[in-house]
Design a protein around this ligand. Structure first.
Ligand SMILES: Cc1cc2nc3c(=O)[nH]c(=O)nc-3n(C[C@H](O)[C@H](O)[C@H](O)COP(=O)(O)O)c2cc1C
Length: 161
């Protein structure tokens, strides 16, 4: 049996909750993506055009966010990787970008998921896939806020991992 890793970025705990429930149900390890420069509450104020997220949204070159750790320990041992994060401005939140670009997903099954207030998944999973050169990618799944454990369970069962 190969090993499974649940990787996530979460600003306000929604994605973290799904990631932790999924990891527990799968018997998987967890790895949190942490921006090297943490976001403050003011940084998330999208109504302020001068806030950090507004600037990053308006200038794609600012979205390559440094991480505390880019590659999980024993990365090569995992053959299945779930990757989750919130939707920002209709796409996967960019603190995951560096992780996607720098690591090899060769010989791994990759399962993207996200949590959003109201936006659908849209092209988020395809955009993530395009950042990588490899991997056997499953379709992405979008959760609304505070999903039930039953929904998380049925999503995991449907993956056929
Ligand atoms: C900067 C920013 C942009 C967001 N943009 C969207 C959006 O376009 N559509 C949406 O439905 N929710 C949007 N949200 C809400 C988040 O997707 C939602 O709160 C999510 O559950 C947060 O997940 P987290 O707690 O794991 O960070 C945004 C939140 C932030 C902070």
């Amino acid at each position: 049996m190969g090993k499974t890793l649940v990787v996530y970025y979460s600003a306000t705990g929604q994605t973290e909750r799904v990631a932790k429930i999924a990891a527990e149900k799968l018997g998987a390890d967890l790895f949190e993506l942490q921006p090297a420069t943490p976001y403050s509450e003011a940084d998330f104020d999208w109504t302020d055009l001068e806030s950090r997220v507004s600037k990053e949204h308006n200038d794609e070159s600012l979205r390559d966010i440094d991480l505390v750790q880019e590659t999980p320990e024993n990365w090569d041992e995992y053959d299945t990787v779930l990757i989750g994060c919130p939707i920002w401005y209709g796409i996967f939140a960019w603190p995951v970008n560096r992780f996607m670009k720098i690591n090899s997903f060769a010989d791994k099954t990759v399962v993207p998921f996200c949590v959003s207030h109201s936006s659908p998944l849209g092209d988020s999973d395809k955009l993530l896939h395009e950042m990588t050169s490899s991997g056997d990618w499953k379709d992405g799944y979008r959760f609304a806020m505070d999903p039930s454990e039953e929904e998380i369970d049925s999503w995991l069962k449907g993956l056929g991992l």
